[in-house]
Write a new protein. Structure first.
Length: 160
């Protein structure tokens, strides 16, 4: 009778239909010394469950704290910058548009401005002069690529 009950509980256990009390009955049966010979294959499994239940994890698990970036402060900063820009933009700006009454004085100021722009532009173009050498190098690479294509065509024809 007990053996028949254990076999029914095993079938329910394999189907995942047992309760905790029924599983405890199975564990106590398979950890005892009187197990039916045809059910001996289940004994190591339940012995493992018993040993595994007694194991404890003793290492400390470092928890990573996730920093949450608060987007509210970005919007507050944006509003502050916008307000300061509007305030200082209206107070600093005046109706003086930099016009001159004397045409000769206007021409002199324009000449100074153009000279300053020219100096800065020339300084910028001088630093970009090395790009000519890069262009020469790429032209050489293109030439080498043409040679490689030609040799691959020749060797393909020879192999076929």
């Amino acid at each position: 009778m007990v053996l028949n009950n254990i076999e029914k509980l095993l079938e329910k256990y394999e189907n995942g239909e047992t309760s905790l009390k029924e599983e405890q009955v199975l564990k106590t049966y398979f950890t005892s010394d009187t197990v039916a010979p045809h059910l001996e294959v289940y004994k190591p499994m339940f012995a493992y469950f018993l040993v595994n239940k007694q194991e404890q994890f003793t290492k400390d698990v470092p928890l990573k704290t996730k920093t949450i970036f608060n987007y509210k402060w970005i919007s507050v900063a944006a509003v502050a910058v916008l307000a300061l820009g509007i305030y200082f933009g209206t107070t600093i700006g005046s109706n003086d548009l930099g016009t001159f009454e004397d045409p000769e004085m206007a021409f002199n100021e324009f000449s100074k401005s153009m000279e300053m722009i020219s100096k800065n532009f020339n300084k910028g173009t001088a630093t970009v002069g090395y790009l000519n050498e890069v262009n020469k190098g790429t032209a050489t690479l293109g030439y080498l690529n043409e040679i490689e294509n030609t040799t691959s065509i020749i060797f393909k024809k020879v192999n076929h």
